[in-house]
Design a protein around this ligand. Structure first.
Ligand SMILES: Cc1ncc(C[n+]2csc(CCOP(=O)(O)OP(=O)(O)O)c2C)c(N)n1
Ligand SMILES: [Mg+2]
Length: 344
C-alpha cells in the first residue's frame, strides 16, 4: 500500500446537492472523460500533431470549479492540459475537437492546436504551453475586472477569474509574484493548483521544500484550502465559497486539489516512472465512479439515468469528430491573419 497524504473530507451535512445540480456536474465530468478517450484514439490514428496532454482522472477539479462560476462572464485560464477546462467553460466539443485536428472551425481557428484553446465568447483566456504562463494573464484579468468596477464605476464588472495550473508550476517565480499582487490588491481570483503529484517525471516531494502547496497562501495573508480533488462535491463546495469571497471583494483563494492523472504526462509518454501500486491506489478513486455511486446512494439518479447521459455525451463526441474531420483546413492565404488584434 502506498503511503498517501491524507486529504480532509467535508462533513456530510455540508455536502447536500439537488438532483439537477448533481446531474449537471456528472454530465460535465463525463463530457471531459469521453472527450479525452476519443482524443487518445484520434491521436493514435494520426489525426492530431504535436504533444497532446490528457486530463483523465482530474475531471472533478475542472467541473467542480468552473460550474461554480458564471458561464460566459467569469474568466478561466488553463495550461497545456486544457481541453477539459475549455469544455467545462462551455466551448462546444466540436470546436475543441476541430482545434485538435488543426481545422479552420476550431475554437482558435486551427492556429492553436491542443495546447492553445481559446474562446473570447466563453471567456477562456487560453491554454499555455509554458509552465505557469497563465498565472500572470489570469491575474491581469482579475485586476481589470476589479479596476473596471472600483475605479471606473462599472457595477456589472463583479467578475471572478479561475486560474488552473499544476504542482510543478508552483515552483516557478510567477506563482509567487502573482500571489503577492493578488493578495495585496484583494483581486477576485481563484488560484487552483491541480496537484497530481508529478511534473512529467519529477515527483512533487522531490522538487519542492513544502509539498503542502495550500500552506504557501498563508505567507501572503491569503486564504489557502486543500481539498480532495477526486470528490466533486468537495471541490464544488470549496469553489463556491471561494467564488463568493472573490465576488464580495474579499480577495483571492489558493485551492490545492489533490488529484491524479490516469494517463502518462502526454500521449507520447510511456509512463514508466510512476509505480503500479501508486496508480492502483488512485485508479480506485475515479471521480466519476465515486460521484455516480454518491448519486445512487442518495437517490438522486439511478443507473439508467446515468447511462442515458453517458450515451448522449458519446453521441455529442462522435458528432464532434465528424465535424472536425469534414471541416476545412485554414486557407494558406490567411497565414498572416490573427497575429494582431485588429485582424480578429
Ligand atoms: C517554463 C517551462 N519550463 C519547463 C517546461 C517543460 N514542461 C512541460 S510540462 C512540465 C511539467 C509541469 O508539471 P505540472 O505543473 O505539475 O503540471 P501537470 O503536467 O502535472 O498537469 C514541464 C516541466 C515548460 N513547458 N515550461
Ligand atoms: Mg503535476
Amino acid at each position: 500500500m502506498v503511503q498517501e497524504r491524507p486529504v480532509p473530507t467535508l462533513p456530510t451535512a455540508y455536502t447536500s446537492i439537488t438532483k439537477e445540480e448533481g446531474l449537471r456536474l456528472y454530465e460535465d465530468m463525463v463530457l471531459g472523460r469521453l472527450f479525452e478517450d476519443k482524443c487518445a484514439e484520434m491521436y493514435y490514428r494520426g489525426k492530431m500533431f504535436g504533444f497532446v496532454h490528457l486530463y483523465n482522472g482530474q475531471e472533478a477539479v475542472s467541473s467542480g470549479v468552473i460550474k461554480a462560476m458564471r458561464p460566459g462572464q467569469d474568466y478561466v485560464s488553463s495550461t497545456y492540459r486544457d481541453h477539459v477546462h475549455a469544455l467545462s467553460s462551455g466551448v462546444p466539443a466540436r470546436e475543441v475537437m476541430a482545434e485538435l485536428f488543426g481545422k479552420a472551425t476550431g475554437c482558435s481557428k486551427g492556429r492553436g492546436g491542443s495546447m492553445h484553446m481559446f474562446s473570447a465568447e466563453h471567456r477562456l483566456l487560453g491554454g499555455y504551453a509554458f509552465v505557469a504562463e497563465g498565472i500572470p494573464v489570469a491575474t491581469g484579468a482579475a485586476f481589470q475586472s476589479k479596476y473596471r468596477r472600483e475605479a471606473l464605476g462599472d457595477e456589472s464588472s463583479d467578475l471572478v477569474t479561475a486560474c488552473f495550473f499544476g504542482d510543478g508550476a508552483c515552483n516557478n517565480g510567477q506563482f509567487f509574484e502573482c500571489l503577492n499582487m493578488a493578495a495585496l490588491w484583494k483581486l477576485p481570483i481563484l488560484y487552483v493548483v491541480e496537484n497530481n503529484k508529478w511534473a512529467i517525471g519529477m515527483a512533487h516531494e522531490r522538487a519542492t521544500s513544502e509539498p503542502e502547496i495550500y500552506k504557501k497562501a498563508h505567507a501572503f495573508g491569503m486564504a489557502g484550502v486543500e481539498v480532495d480533488g477526486m470528490d466533486i462535491m468537495a471541490v464544488h463546495t470549496v469553489a463556491k465559497e471561494a467564488v463568493a469571497r472573490a465576488r464580495a471583494g474579499e480577495g483571492p483563494t489558493l485551492i490545492e486539489a489533490m488529484t491524479y492523472r490516469f494517463r502518462g504526462h502526454s500521449l507520447a509518454d510511456p509512463d514508466e516512472l510512476r509505480s503500479k501500486a501508486e496508480k492502483d491506489t488512485w485508479f480506485v478513486r475515479d471521480p466519476i465512479k465515486l460521484f455516480a455511486a454518491y448519486l445512487n446512494e442518495h437517490n438522486l439518479a439511478d443507473v439508467g439515468e446515468l447511462k442515458a447521459i453517458d450515451q448522449k455525451i458519446q453521441a455529442t463526441i462522435d458528432e464532434a469528430v465528424q465535424f472536425a474531420e469534414s471541416s476545412p483546413e485554414p486557407d494558406p492565404s490567411e497565414l498572416y491573419r490573427y497575429i494582431f488584434a485588429e485582424d480578429n
